[in-house]
Design a protein around this ligand. Structure first.
Ligand code: URA
Length: 436
């Protein structure tokens, strides 16, 4: 078999066999397929797609590129949650300790930034000492000891996804339903959880820009789960604008901690409640979603969820004082305000997360090349969201930058992310659909 033939076949839209998909993933793993051939194949998939069975075979091969964890000795129900990626999406940092506190142990494999979206692993690295490279044994031991762990791909768990993911990030090959489905599901199958909630983002800040496309991605992932014997629940949620107010690594960790303290933004808090109540009902820990929401709220109000976050940080070698002292994380040199034009009263109609993300990237918060270091300190805190009333000259955002020049580079992008209406703009619902 030759990789060039697979590229040509996929370019023509021909379906691969299971053997061909296995050949491809073993070539990725043993290094016999160079990045330029893999990139060409990924681009062909973006254009031609994969059939349902090709997607399932690819997922299975990626999952088995490393070890598949058996967590049955840890607990009967082990939870996991995965987002398909958005801007300002720090949900995992809240969700994992919150669910662990609610009695659902969480075993979570996460990724780094991808395309215009941020990654949980990069965000956690803003916490001094936090180790996201856990071996299989460390991962299992930690879930047993503190009921939760968050780790990045290693050579042990879904390593093929790690390699392909890093390449997709810098070759414009992220926005593909089968590639996203295989990437997400291979990690979920390898990490060994049996209660999996997928947060499929829909809107201009997501890889799927419409609810219909997001639903389609949700259906593909649910179908792959069924084919490979792991049922999953997918919730399609809004990404028409960034989630919460903070975009940027340190800033998002701060917002997640504030959410665990009960001071989170409304949309992020609501998303954690919506996904969390779905998980608790599926786990059978509560009789219905109302009871689940009350329980989750209580855990935040009593400070128990925050204590679990501290346990997580401590178990992974991080500095727990971060909870009270945000200045121990990488911090930008200065802050600058971006203000609205001095027009009359208007309402924010759209807020384009991709532009906010592009502004952060201009300041060094994203990668252009595989494995590049990124600036964890810079970012944007939004002062207005869709529906906010803006009087002329009011602040729209605060930019955390390392220099005035860096701020100037980002400012126009941030301003261009906002569009306004002369009349009031209603809020849009956060949860768009559920697929299981
Ligand atoms: N999250 C993943 O893990 N993979 C993707 O391809 C997109 C989002």
């Amino acid at each position: 078999m030759r990789m060039v033939d697979l590229i040509i076949a996929k370019r023509a839209g021909t379906e691969h066999s299971k053997e061909e998909i296995d050949f491809l993933i073993s070539g990725v793993m043993n290094g016999s397929i160079p990045d330029y051939q893999l990139s060409a194949w990924l681009m062909s998939v973006c254009w031609r797609g994969l059939s349902d069975r090709e997607t399932a075979w690819l997922t299975d091969a990626m999952c088995h590129s490393g070890e598949v964890l058996d967590l049955s000795s840890v607990a009967d129900v082990i939870g996991d949650k995965h987002s398909t990626g958005g801007v300002g999406d720090k949900t995992t940092l809240v969700f994992v300790p919150l669910l662990a506190a609610a009695g659902v142990p969480m075993a979570k494999l996460s990724g780094r930034g991808l395309g215009h979206t941020g990654g949980t692993i990069d965000k956690l690295e803003a916490i001094p000492g936090f180790n996201t490279s856990l071996s299989k044994e460390e991962f299992i031991k930690q879930v047993k000891q503190v009921s939760m762990a968050i780790a990045g791909q290693t050579q042990e768990l879904a390593p093929a996804d790690g390699k392909i993911y890093a390449l997709r990030d810098v070759t414009g090959t992220v926005e593909s339903i089968p590639l996203i489905a295989a990437s997400v599901m291979s990690k979920k199958l390898a990490a060994g959880a049996n209660l999996i909630i997928l947060d499929v983002k829909a809107g201009r800040g997501a890889f799927m820009d419409t609810v219909d496309k997001a639903k389609n991605l949700a259906e593909v992932m649910v179908a792959v789960g069924k084919t490979l014997g792991k049922p999953v629940t997918a919730v399609v949620t809004d990404m028409e604008q960034p989630l919460g107010s903070a975009v940027g690594h340190t800033l998002e960790v701060i917002e997640a901690i504030e959410t665990l303290k009960g001071n989170g933004p409304k949309d992020l808090t609501e998303l954690c409640m919506a996904l969390g109540s779905t998980a608790l009902v599926t786990a059978g820990n509560v009789k219905d979603k109302d009871e689940a929401r009350r329980k989750l709220q209580q855990l935040i109000d009593d400070g128990v969820a925050l204590q679990y976050f501290e346990k997580l940080v401590k178990a992974q070698g991080g500095d727990v004082s971060v909870v009270d002292d945000y200045s121990i994380m990488p911090t930008a040199a200065a802050t600058f305000e971006v203000k609205a034009e001095p027009n009359g009263k208007r309402w924010v109609k759209h807020l384009d997360g991709r532009k906010i993300s592009a502004a952060c990237k201009l300041m060094g918060a994203g990668r252009d090349k595989k494995g590049e270091p990124i600036n964890l300190a810079v970012g944007v805190v939004l002062k207005a969201k869709v529906g906010s009333a803006i009087e002329g000259g009011a602040p729209l955002a605060v930019v955390h930058a390392d220099s005035k020049a860096q701020f100037e580079a980002a400012k126009d992008k941030i301003l261009s992310a906002f569009t306004f209406s002369e009349t009031e703009v209603p809020e849009t619902p956060l949860v768009k659909a559920s697929v299981s």
